[in-house]
Design a protein around this ligand. Sequence first.
Ligand SMILES: *[C@@H]1O[C@H](CO)[C@@H](O)[C@H](O)[C@H]1NC(C)=O
Length: 363
Amino acid sequence: MFTHAFRQFVFTAAVLAVVSAIPTEELEERSSCTISSVSTASSISSCSSVTISAFTVPSGSTLSLSPKSGATITMAGDITFAKTSSDGPLFTIDGDDITFNGAGYSFDGNGADYWDGEGTDGGVDKPHPLLKFKGSGTYSDFTVLNSPAQAISIGNSDGLVFDSITVDNSDGDTDDLGANTDGFDVSADDVTIKNSVVKNQDDCLAINDGSSIVFEDNTCSGGHGISIGSISSDNSVSDVTISGNTVKDSMYGLRIKVKASATDASVSDITYSGNTITGIDKYGVLITQSYPDDDGTPGTGGPISDINFTGSTTTITVGDDAKRLTIDCGACSGTWDFSKLKITGGSEGTVDSDDATISGGSY
Ligand SMILES: *[C@@H]1O[C@H](CO)[C@@H](O)[C@H](O)[C@H]1NC(C)=O
């Protein structure tokens, strides 16, 4: 007769046979993996090397990557986003110490399928942002083509570097259909963006919240220039360096914009150096606490302090109808060293700097 012990033995042996039938490579860590669809993107958590091949993210789907800490990710083809009614971001990546090499390939948002001149304020729903980055690491050498609205959003950073990124929304210039196509929106600490190119119809860079941010050696054209803000209530931006950038054919050159309605907000320690700015049709430099007005009735809930133009000269040439420098402060303070700021062309703006003392510069 079969004893209980014997039955237990048979059962255990059967289980062992099943376990040993699982291929060992699935139990071990895979070193290299390929993403070729939305579903294959969900199984990269153990891959230290990931290749992304060309594919289309179908309507209704979004692409989310949670790579292994320290992973290297390399693009080997373009990722295209089919027209969708999904909310953005359509692509999210969040990992620690990631090395991401776009190898010159693109994220194509098919913006022309959405653009109607109304941006995110009306008309067709536009997924935004197109791409969202969190975590830490270095992301380099890819293009964002034709984002429906905002292109790249950076949040929850533990140290992120973006090097040699192109945001090309220049197709949106046709009939003024592209709008709110911000290049980089930053709400994060410890972020560097360098050697990048943005062609768009809104802010090249907008820093909404965060500290220890560097924006250097980038080129912006067609849009609204390099911005701190707009700053909303409870948001603060500090310790920012904007250096060596080129801004061409844009509405503003450099702007700090705090919402008139903001409370418990602040902007401090902003340094501009060695920027070259031409073809500006509204303001060369605008520092305002009356946003959304350019120069209106400023609020006092988002004080601005320590704004400097130092290091190498920042040279700005504005168009005939533009103002050179306007400051519209309700609550500004400190000594602002503008000695390395030179603005020519257009007409003089209005400088109302409240308690801030501005020294040097020609504007
Ligand atoms: C800006 O300049 C002022 C006046 O020279 C100086 O006290 C301050 O430390 C400078 N701020 C930064 C962030 O460099």
